[in-house]
Structures are given as structure tokens and as C-alpha cells.
Design a binder for this molecule. Structure first.
Ligand code: GLC
Length: 435
């Protein structure tokens, strides 16, 4: 590779590792509609790592546990209390419109009955059955969109070049590379044919180039089977939307479609020793920020090895559900809200731009919200999910000026939500802003 090529590859790796799309393909905006409207998804990291309660795959890769000891977890993965109907009930009630289940993490353990190799929960764990199919079925019967996570890198596969941080299997071996590729593409095709996901959540692409993975071929294969399938950014430029991970964008991302993926505590999978949970109030604040910048939140849960979902996670899902069901009109199908400087808090806009939603964490000491720069006539202001009509006054609006006035909205304490309140401004037409 020449110098420019090397620099280009480095740039691609950087783009991929931050989860930004660096897209090489055109995305059909029609197929993205449901995703753009859905706003909340639930990520599910379920795998043998829940047995010991340790980092998914990374714990052996980084040498915190030996590979054989990591793999001993296979014997403890029972799924005996796995109730996909209950999972889906919790997901639906949280207000999420889609969920993404890990079908295979970097450790290579498939959660379905794969014909490629025997490293799967059917052949190698007491669970002894396909765990993906029943979930997909329940999701579909509840009208939710199905996302499946698949790690393209597989540190267990004998023909994959990387094994652990210290140990590599080979540098350059076209034959082994070709064997791995047919395995990898075979599994992807298998998932595509068996479950036909609405959304593919690839991961681990940073270890190789687009050419190495055959990323273009993977995209083509998926779209041949389902032209409406959505693909996340982690396919070396061949995806449709960006996936910032565990990091809140401060400015609105440039990508039209994006999704923040975030853990509830500090772990993707179940870890009994991690009790650093965010509170429902914090999760709702973070979700409001995503909405305000036009993005989705993919909120993670990590079921135990028996398939049960930890109580702390259930509680967050339920509290989210209370809040999303009350504030639905300010969430689903909305667009990014005001640019910075107009209102000091998150906001969203209805798809037709005639309703402006102001989010309010807590209540200002003097009970008033301030809004700047909105030129429209305001037909009504009300509290979302409660309906109370609110009074407001306007200042800095002399009759000779064309500039928008300053609006002060009175918000009595008794209309406020336990978490974040939302105030709707019904405008006389499409939102118009002063500079
Ligand atoms: C990653 C990690 C991983 C996790 C994922 C979720 O980059 O490799 O363990 O599953 O992101 O976003």
C-alpha cells in the first residue's frame, strides 16, 4: 500500500472506531423512515459472559481471564428462565419501537443453531436450543422492528487472524482469510434467511478493511434478500447510520441518522458486581438530548445467563415507559429542535414544524421558562401529557421591530412531571426564527 493508501486506511479506522459513518454508499431515505421516527431502541447483550458476569469477549482478549477459563462459561449458560414474551413486553412498555439482540459477540459464540461450526449455544451449552428465533417471533407479533447484532470479527475462529491482544494467528495468509470469509458470509446469509432482520447492527469492523471483510458484498447480499434492511455504520463505510458509543455528542452530528448506544450501568452484558446504574431521571435527560439533536437512543440491558432480566434494569425500563407514554407526541416522529441559544434545554419539533416542544428538567426557581428568537404567533401553550393551558408574556417586542420578542412562560409546579416536563407551543405555521 502506498502512503496515501495507508493514511486513508488510518482515517477509515478512526472513523469506524468513533462509530461515525464515513459512508461510502447512498442510503435510501424511504427505508430509514421508521428508524428516524422510532427514537428509542433497546440493545440486548446476552451471551456466555453473563455466567461469570465479566466483560463480553474483551475479558479474554485483554488477558483478564484465560481463553479456556472464559470458554468454561459455556457450561453455565442455561437460559432456563428465558421468556422472550416477557422480554418483549418490557421492551414494548418502555416505549421502544425496536430492539437489537446480540446474535454473536466477538467471542464467536452464536446464539442460534448455526450450520457453520459448532460454537453455538445449541451444541455447546445447556441452553441447547435456538435463542434468536423465539425473540424475533415475539417482537414481530408485537409489531416491533427486529435488529440483530453480529460481530464480524471472531476471536475464536481458527482462521481469523487475531486471537488475543498478545497473540495473533497470522499476518497474511490468503487461504485462511478466504476460509474465514466464507464462514463469516455464510453466517450472515444464514441470519438473513432465517430471521430477515429489519436492522443489522454490525460490530468489530475496525480490525480489518472493507476489502478484507468483503463489506460491499455483505451489504449487497443483505439488500438482495431484503431491500429495506437498515445497516449500522460499523461495516467500514457500507452502513446507513452513525453509532456514537457511550459518548453524548455535544453538537448535533452531521449524519442525518444516528443512534447513541449506551449502557444502563457501566457494562453491556450482565455483571453482578456493577451497580453503577444511571437513575431513570438521568436516562430520561440523556434521551431528551438525543431527541433534541435528532438522534435515537439505543439503551442496553444485559440479561443473566438464565435469561432473567435484573430488577434494576426492569425498573429503568418501566420508568422510561411511564415517561414515554405520557410524552409520546414530543418523542415519536419528531425532528431535532431549536439550534443552540434559543432555549436553554432540549427541544423537538413536530414533523410539520408547527409544534415546538420544550423540555424542562426540574422547574426554574421563579417558575418561568424563557424562549428567544421565535417569530411565529403562538396560538396556545400547553403541558404535554397533562393538557393544562399555560400563560405567557412577551417582552422586547416594540411595534416597529421585526425581531422576535422574548417569551416568558409561567409553569406552575403542580403541572410538572416527576422527571422531565415537556411544554408544547402551538405555532401559527411553520417555525420561523430570528437570527
Ligand atoms: C463495542 C464493543 C462491545 C460492545 C459494543 C456495543 O465496540 O466491542 O463489546 O458490544 O461496542 O456498542
Amino acid at each position: 500500500m502506498n502512503k496515501a493508501g495507508v493514511l486513508f486506511s488510518i482515517a477509515l479506522v478512526l472513523i469506524a472506531s468513533t462509530g461515525l459513518s464515513g459512508q461510502k454508499v447512498e442510503t435510501d431515505s424511504k427505508k430509514m423512515e421508521w428508524f428516524g421516527d422510532a427514537r428509542l431502541g433497546i440493545f440486548i447483550h446476552w451471551g456466555i459472559y453473563a455466567v461469570n458476569g465479566i466483560d463480553e469477549s474483551w475479558s479474554f482478549y485483554n488477558g483478564y481471564i484465560s481463553y479456556p477459563d472464559y470458554m468454561k462459561q459455556l457450561d453455565g449458560f442455561t437460559a432456563e428462565n428465558y421468556d422472550p414474551g416477557r422480554w418483549v413486553e418490557l421492551i414494548k412498555n418502555s416505549g421502544a419501537r425496536y430492539a437489537v439482540l446480540t446474535t454473536k459477540h466477538h467471542d464467536g459464540v452464536a446464539l442460534w443453531d448455526s450450520d457453520y461450526g459448532d460454537l453455538n449455544v445449541v451444541d455447546r451449552t445447556p441452553a441447547g436450543r435456538d435463542l434468536v428465533g423465539p425473540f424475533v417471533k415475539e417482537m414481530r407479533s408485537e409489531g416491533l422492528k427486529v435488529g440483530l447484532y453480529y460481530s464480524v470479527l471472531d476471536w475464536s475462529h481458527p482462521d481469523y487472524p487475531n486471537f488475543t491482544k498478545e497473540e495473533k494467528r497470522y499476518e497474511d495468509d490468503p487461504e485462511r482469510k478466504a476460509r474465514f470469509r466464507s464462514f463469516n458470509h455464510g453466517q450472515i446469509e444464514e441470519i438473513s434467511k432465517k430471521y430477515n432482520p429489519d436492522l443489522w447492527w454490525f460490530d468489530g469492523d475496525w480490525e480489518q478493511s472493507a476489502e478484507w471483510w468483503g463489506a460491499r458484498e455483505i451489504r449487497e447480499m443483505i439488500l438482495d434478500n431484503n431491500a429495506d434492511a437498515i445497516i449500522n455504520s460499523r461495516l467500514q463505510g457500507y452502513g446507513d447510520y452513525a453509532t456514537p458509543e457511550q459518548g453524548m455528542p455535544v453538537k448535533r452530528p452531521e449524519d442525518e441518522y444516528w443512534e447513541l448506544c449506551m449502557t444502563m450501568n457501566d457494562s453491556w452484558g450482565y455483571q453482578h458486581n456493577d451497580s453503577n446504574y444511571k437513575s431513570p431521571s438521568q436516562v430520561i435527560k440523556i434521551f431528551s438530548e438525543c431527541l433534541s439533536m435528532g438522534g435515537n437512543l439505543l439503551l442496553d440491558i444485559g440479561p443473566r445467563a438464565d435469561g432473567s432480566i435484573p430488577e434494576e434494569q426492569v425498573e429503568i425500563l418501566e420508568e422510561m415507559g411511564q415517561w414515554t407514554s405520557k410524552h409520546g407526541e414530543a418523542i415519536y416522529g419528531t425532528r431535532a429542535g431549536l439550534p443552540p441559544g434559543y432555549y436553554y434545554g432540549p427541544s423537538t419539533l413536530s414533523a410539520d414544524s408547527t409544534r415546538l416542544y420544550l423540555f424542562m428538567h426540574g422547574r426554574p426557581a421563579d417558575g418561568q421558562l424563557m424562549l428567544e428568537g421565535v417569530k411565529n404567533k403562538i396560538n396556545r401553550i400547553y403541558v404535554v401529557g397533562n393538557g393544562t393551558k399555560l400563560e405567557y408574556s412577551e417582552y422586547l417586542k416594540p411595534y416597529w421591530s421585526n425581531h422576535a420578542g422574548l417569551i416568558f412562560i409561567d409553569v406552575p409546579g403542580n403541572v410538572c412531571d416527576e422527571y422531565t416536563s415537556v411544554i408544547c407551543l402551538l405555532l401559527d405555521g411553520k417555525l420561523e426564527l430570528s437570527e
